[in-house]
Design a protein around this ligand. Structure first.
Ligand SMILES: C[S@@+](CC[C@H](N)C(=O)[O-])C[C@H]1O[C@@H](n2cnc3c(N)ncnc32)[C@H](O)[C@@H]1O
Length: 310
């Protein structure tokens, strides 16, 4: 009997998901999720007033990789921002555009649980944003070492993640986070890895140098002005996207979840809830230049609250 290839997608509760058994990722890859990821991209770009934090020398960057690029919004913006570079986006779900893309931009379907399809020392800049819900601790180890391998000596690696608990939560919001983490844990994902050990030690463990991290606290709700309103919209879309997983993977009662979501919308205003984002940067060791000039290794951690914009 011939083995049937796996279908590309599976549907649950009216949402479309990947169909890769080894992957822990629990969020959909349909058009509604594309909308949410685009909104989230614009929120993050607005919050840091740019597309990245790494101190890139624009005149020298020729190759950029966006790992887990989703709809490729960041990838395509970077292609415009770096017209002399080639920007590559990879994702296990082909939710990126295939037509009408900048000339210097390309997309590739690849599951990063497997070795990356690039030779050593390929990229000047490697960027990975919001993959925490898709990687087990073992995946993280492998991915970190791959990120380091494919970056050019002296090139930069930037990781952006959202933590799995938020801040200033009311009781319903806390319950929602707990259920989400139950669903993640059922698939071997531990969002706590972002604080224990944290991105900085994980990057150092992978031999990266000049590693530092910034913590952004972004208000969620009307109390947070423009960014708060948009982040609340993103949060509502996220709750809707994660509902199938919360029901089917964590076994939470759907009515109980929906009630909590409704309560949390009011609660986030009363408690002035916020989300926490981590932006960590580090460099691949450049043996040639470090032999000439030893590089300092700052253990710098900066924290700042977002100044609420209206
Ligand atoms: C929350 S989205 C973030 C997308 C994009 N980085 C952004 O910031 O808009 C996470 C993305 O990671 C992808 N992903 C999850 N696990 C993956 C894996 N094992 N290999 C490749 N992509 C993966 C998902 O398909 C999804 O597009």
């Amino acid at each position: 009997m011939t083995k049937q290839p796996l279908a590309d997608f599976q549907w649950l509760e009216g949402r479309r998901f990947h169909n890769i058994p080894s992957s822990s990722y629990l969020l959909p890859n349909d058009i509604d999720e594309v909308d949410r990821l685009q909104l989230q991209h614009f929120i993050l770009r607005y919050a840091i007033q740019g597309n990245f934090r790494a101190p890139l020398d624009k005149s020298k960057v020729r190759t950029v990789l966006d790992v887990g690029c989703g709809p490729g919004t960041w990838t395509m913006e970077m292609a415009n921002e770096f017209p002399d570079a080639t920007i590559t986006g990879i994702d296990m779900s082909a939710m990126f555009p295939t037509t009408i893309i900048p000339e210097n931009c390309q997309f590739l379907q690849h599951n990063i649980q497997h070795p990356f399809p690039f030779p050593d020392n390929s990229f000047d800049f490697v960027y990975q944003r919001l993959l925490v819900a898709g990687l087990t601790p073992d995946d993280w180890k492998m991915v970190m070492s791959e990120l380091e391998r494919i970056t050019k000596p002296g090139g930069w690696i930037e990781l952006v993640e959202i933590d799995g608990v938020g801040g200033n939560n009311g009781p319903h919001m806390s319950k929602i986070w707990e259920w989400l983490n139950m669903a993640f844990a059922a698939r071997g994902v531990d969002t706590g890895i972002l604080t224990k050990p944290g991105l900085v030690p994980m990057m150092q463990e992978a031999n990266m140098v000049n590693v530092s991290q910034e913590v952004l606290r972004l208000p969620t709700g009307n109390h947070g002005g423009k960014i708060g309103i948009l982040l609340k919209e993103n949060e509502q879309a996220f709750w809707s996207a994660i509902t199938p997983a919360v029901i089917h993977t964590a076994g939470v009662d759907v009515d109980e979840f929906e009630d909590a979501v409704q309560e949390a919308e009011t609660e986030m205003e009363v408690y002035k809830s916020y989300h926490i984002f981590y932006i960590a940067i580090g460099q691949k060791r450049d043996t040639a230049s470090s032999m000439l000039q030893p590089q300092p290794q700052p253990q710098h951690h900066s924290h700042h609250d977002y100044a609420v914009a209206v």
